[in-house]
Design a protein around this ligand. Structure first.
Ligand code: R5P
Length: 291
């Protein structure tokens, strides 16, 4: 077994290899002046190897997806026995159906291309819509990093009897997962997205947040708009300390500032997407299913 260190997840790939005690294959990357990627595996053979390619696909997602495709196809040409693509943040997974007539079904197209490049299995973390991932021919394993995030708060004693909140009713299982570690109770923030504009509105529903420490869990923080609104809502309900926790801290633009200005103590994320707030490593989680 060998781990190929995709350029977007080198540190995570190294950690994973250390835990699993398997060798890494570094990848030489060069970006041409016009933006095209040139990649070369620093090994002569992958013949009959079970290969794990680690490459997250956070922004610039199109480039990182293409690099993943190039690496998978290369491993196939080098006669790897099997190819597992570890894609901690799976770009385009929010476009998991045709919401409007004529729209693309992005995640389906991407999985089909990866399969065509020889990928036998995909492992991802807190994908936006886990159920849709089960409908494809290529097996996709979706893991949850929520318990690791909850453990982080517990181990570092950042909160006391914290209320765990999920973003949206559909994600209530996320709050339940966190509560199974934090034991301060759980609930959800009621949110609604306008499918035409993408705007999110939050409903002012009762939440037992007064004088409590609260952690708001979401899979992704991108523009930070949703989390900033949620933090404000909970702050207005008299919460004591509020933390924003997410698996995939994309943190575009001034998202971090926006969330803190609205009253969050801190944002805590994972290294599914390397960022200044990626305090929690998902390497132990990945190692359990890849061994
Ligand atoms: C949405 O369905 C996701 O769970 C996140 O709430 C969303 O992607 C966050 O996006 P933004 O940070 O741009 O509001």
């Amino acid at each position: 077994m060998k781990i190929i260190l995709g350029p977007a997840s080198q540190e995570l790939g190294q950690k994973l290899a250390q835990i699993m005690k398997i060798p890494v294959t570094p990848v030489f990357l060069k970006t041409f002046p016009d933006g095209e990627s040139y990649l070369r595996f620093e090994t002569e053979s992958l013949k009959n190897e079970d290969v794990i390619i680690v490459q997250t696909t956070s922004p610039p997602q199109d480039q990182r997806l293409l690099q993943l495709m190039l690496m998978a196809d290369n491993a196939k040409d080098m006669e790897a026995r099997s190819i597992t693509a570890v894609v901690p943040y799976f770009a385009y997974s929010r476009q998991d159906k045709r919401f409007l007539p004529g729209e693309v079904f992005s995640i389906k197209t991407i999985i089909n291309i990866l399969a065509g490049c020889g990928v036998n299995r995909i492992v991802t973390v807190n994908a936006h819509s886990p159920s849709v991932l089960k409908t494809f021919k290529t097996p996709v394993l979706d893991l949850s990093a929520i318990p690791l995030l909850a453990e982080y708060f517990k181990t570092n004693k950042l909160v006391r009897d914290a209320l765990s909140l999920s973003m949206g009713k559909k994600a209530i299982s996320v709050a339940q997962e966190a509560d199974s570690i934090l034991h301060g109770g759980y609930d959800y923030i009621s949110s609604k997205r306008d499918i035409a504009t993408g705007n999110v509105t939050l409903e002012n529903k009762p939440l037992p947040a007064k004088n409590r420490d609260v952690i708001i869990f979401d899979d992704i923080i991108s523009s930070g708009g949703t989390m900033a609104k949620a933090v404000k809502l909970v702050k207005d309900k008299g919460a004591r300390k509020i933390y924003a926790a997410c698996v995939h801290p994309l943190l575009m633009g001034d998202s971090r500032k926006k969330i803190i200005e609205n009253g969050a103590e801190e944002i805590i994320g994972t290294d599914a997407v390397p960022s200044p707030v990626s305090r929690v490593s998902i390497a132990p989680l990945l190692s359990k299913v890849l061994a």
